[in-house]
Design a protein around this ligand. Structure first.
Ligand code: NI
Length: 167
């Protein structure tokens, strides 16, 4: 397995819309494993392929306490959503920034797993937030885009400054 470099906002590549995975083959399974390793190494609870500059519709999540319950969603599709919840979100592509985002409280999502099998999952609370956050990445959307323009500008300035300092 390998650690993959994570793109940082405001990298324009984060705004790429991902294409469907055509076949869940060995190459895709390797990507799943590398993404899982990358997410865990960064202490994240979710990662979309977009964030490692692979523009395919694939996300990995692990919202469990012990970080031993990986969930893989290939070509995820939202079948339904209802209710609303507000939660503090962060993102491995927006390090050190956390802010409130309102999303559906309850969702039903359909996807393929690591073996290419179709499954349907009902989720609420943190898991529902996480799935929606990661599915946004596949559309080229980063959570800070839900915040005010003023906040977005401040975050861009802060992260650009930090990127310069770490060069
Ligand atoms: Ni994210």
């Amino acid at each position: 397995m390998a650690l993959l470099p994570i793109l940082h906002y405001p990298d324009p590549r984060l705004h790429t819309r991902a294409s469907p995975v055509v076949e869940v083959d060995a190459e895709i399974r390797k990507l799943v494993d590398d993404m899982a390793e990358t997410m865990r190494a960064a202490a994240g609870i979710g990662l979309a392929a977009t964030q490692v500059n692979v523009h395919k519709r694939l996300i990995v999540l692990d919202v469990s306490e012990d970080q031993q319950h990986l969930q893989v969603f290939i070509n995820p599709k939202l079948l339904s959503q209802d209710g609303s919840q507000e939660r503090d979100e962060g993102c491995l592509s927006v390090p050190g920034i956390y802010d409130r985002v309102t999303r559906a409280e309850h969702i039903v999502v359909e996807a393929l797993d690591r073996e290419g099998r179709l499954f349907t999952l009902e989720a609420d609370g943190l898991l529902a937030t996480c799935v929606q956050h990661e599915m946004d990445h596949l559309e080229g959307k980063v959570f800070v885009e839900y915040l005010s323009q003023l906040k977005q500008n401040r975050i861009k300035t802060k992260l650009r400054k930090r990127a310069r300092e770490t060069l």
